[in-house]
Write a protein that binds this ligand. Structure first.
Ligand code: S3P
Length: 446
């Protein structure tokens, strides 16, 4: 446990920063690089624990993966269908994305593997991927029917899947598409609401034949099986979900001006920016460009007097990881904010709906959960603070609480900041470099 304290700031956050690489794209770059023929160079790879777990798993499955310099990696792939059986259990640490996408890859490869993870990941549901993947011919055996550890016997001659997603989940969609790579015939996935499309973008980048049809009520994706994926270099943009923390901090702390460089602006990831603009935030995007097949730009953030908003549930897939930090912004806004349709937050790294409510409550903010909605009564200024937040093995709860502490009247403490390493190595140094005051909690204060 690494307890940390974040002290209220009296001067603004200033400077230019580039947050680490996008987590979703980093996992997929390593996985697809390992399934391609040839050498894929990756620049800007996130070197957080979650992505390192994926690198370890793809190595155990036969790919050669090397770090050449900070953020610069090289993957020599095996080719679709040519992964080797791992000698040991694959430990995916804290990462649901790694566990679920890997389950998709393994389902259509004729080998035996066991996936496990840390105590948080071992509580998260796996049936959502096992159920569709079983139809390709894979056999699964999971603890309590739904939980890791999960034993997988991949299909000998996988059948292509045809699946309509019952929940908006890019992880489930991606697991089905990745299984389809080693299945003869066309894999269909239908999603009622569009979710992040990094798997689709990268599959095309590696030469797979993939069609996406917007039906007006979601998307239908068709993937032709057994492509020869060809190695292709990848540039990973800075993660918008990580940029969200310094961004909200700069909105809340008077006198701030932060420039966040090279942030991924894929429209299926930018729901937070839309919501903050509705709340009155002045966010400017400079140098909009396409890099590595994804839109990116530099975000310029200055403080704003925010007002409460009602956020519709349809927006949830475009900002699913940003609710804890949005709740922090809402706590400082004037008026009530209602965040609708947050049922999926219950199965994140923690029960993030409960953890977000507890984070605010511990710091004197009035908050209620009504069904799947979170209702926050904004203070129209600095909340009291002074709370100790239980991070529940959840990196985003830890970072949200530390940002809250910059804008409260009294400091905010988190019981354990160690999980920040899963997605945002260097978070404390980056924030302190811009003027934050985050420090280990002195032992006598614990
Ligand atoms: C992710 C999808 C989302 C998100 C997670 C990353 C991905 O999960 O919360 O952090 O990379 O596909 P769901 O697909 O479960 O919504």
């Amino acid at each position: 446990m690494e307890a940390m304290i974040s002290r209220p700031l009296t001067a603004g956050l200033k400077g230019e920063a580039m947050v680490p690489g996008d987590k979703s794209i980093s996992h997929r770059a390593l996985m697809l690089g390992a399934l391609a023929v040839g050498e894929t160079g990756i620049t800007g790879l996130l070197e957080g624990e979650d992505v390192l777990a994926t690198a370890g798993a793809m190595r155990a499955l036969g790919a050669e993966i090397e770090r050449e310099a900070p953020g610069r990696w090289r993957v020599a792939g095996c080719g679709v269908g040519a992964l080797r059986e791992p000698e040991n259990v694959l430990d995916m640490g804290n990462s649901g994305t790694a566990a679920r996408l890997l389950t998709g890859i393994l389902a259509s490869h004729p080998l035996f593997a066991v996936i496990t993870g840390d105590a948080s990941l071992r509580r998260r549901p796996m049936r959502r991927v096992m159920a569709p993947l079983a139809a390709c011919g894979a056999r699964f055996s999971a603890r309590a029917g739904d939980l890791l550890p999960l034993a997988i016997e991949g299909a000998r001659a996988a059948l292509p899947l045809n699946y309509r997603l019952p929940v908006a989940s890019a992880q489930v969609k991606s697991a089905v598409l990745l299984a389809g790579l080693n299945a003869r015939g066309v894999t269909f996935v239908e999603e009622p609401v569009a979710t992040r499309d990094h798997t689709e973008n990268l599959l095309r980048h590696f030469g797979a034949a993939l069609e996406v049809e917007d039906t007006g009520a979601g998307r239908v994706i068709r993937l032709a099986g057994l492509p020869e994926l060809r190695a292709a270099d990848i540039t990973v943009p800075a993660d918008p979900s990580s940029a969200a923390f310094p961004l909200v901090a700069a909105l809340l702390v008077a006198g701030s001006r932060l420039v966040l460089r090279h942030v991924g602006l894929n429209p299926l990831r930018t729901g937070l920016f839309t919501t903050l603009a509705e709340m009155g935030a002045g966010l400017a995007v400079e140098n909009s460009r396409i890099a590595g097949g994804e839109p990116v730009g530099d975000l310029v953030v200055t403080p704003a007097a925010l007002r409460g908003v009602d956020v519709p549930s349809e927006r949830a897939p475009r900002m699913i990881d940003e609710y804890p930090i949005l709740a922090v912004a809402a706590a400082c806004a004037r008026g009530v904010t209602r965040l609708r349709g947050l049922g999926e937050l219950r199965v994140k790294e923690s029960d993030r709906l409960a953890a977000t409510a507890a984070l605010l409550q511990a710091n004197g903010v009035a908050v209620a959960i009504a069904g799947d909605d979170l209702i926050i009564t904004g203070m129209g200024g600095p909340p009291p603070g002074g709370g100790v937040v239980a991070t529940a093995m959840d990196h985003r709860i830890a970072m949200s609480a530390l940002v809250l502490g910059m804008a409260t009247r009294a400091p905010v403490v988190v019981d354990d900041a160690s999980f920040i390493e899963t997605s945002f190595p260097g978070f404390v140094a980056l924030m302190n470099g811009c003027g934050a005051a985050i420090a280990p909690l002195p032992a006598d204060a614990a």
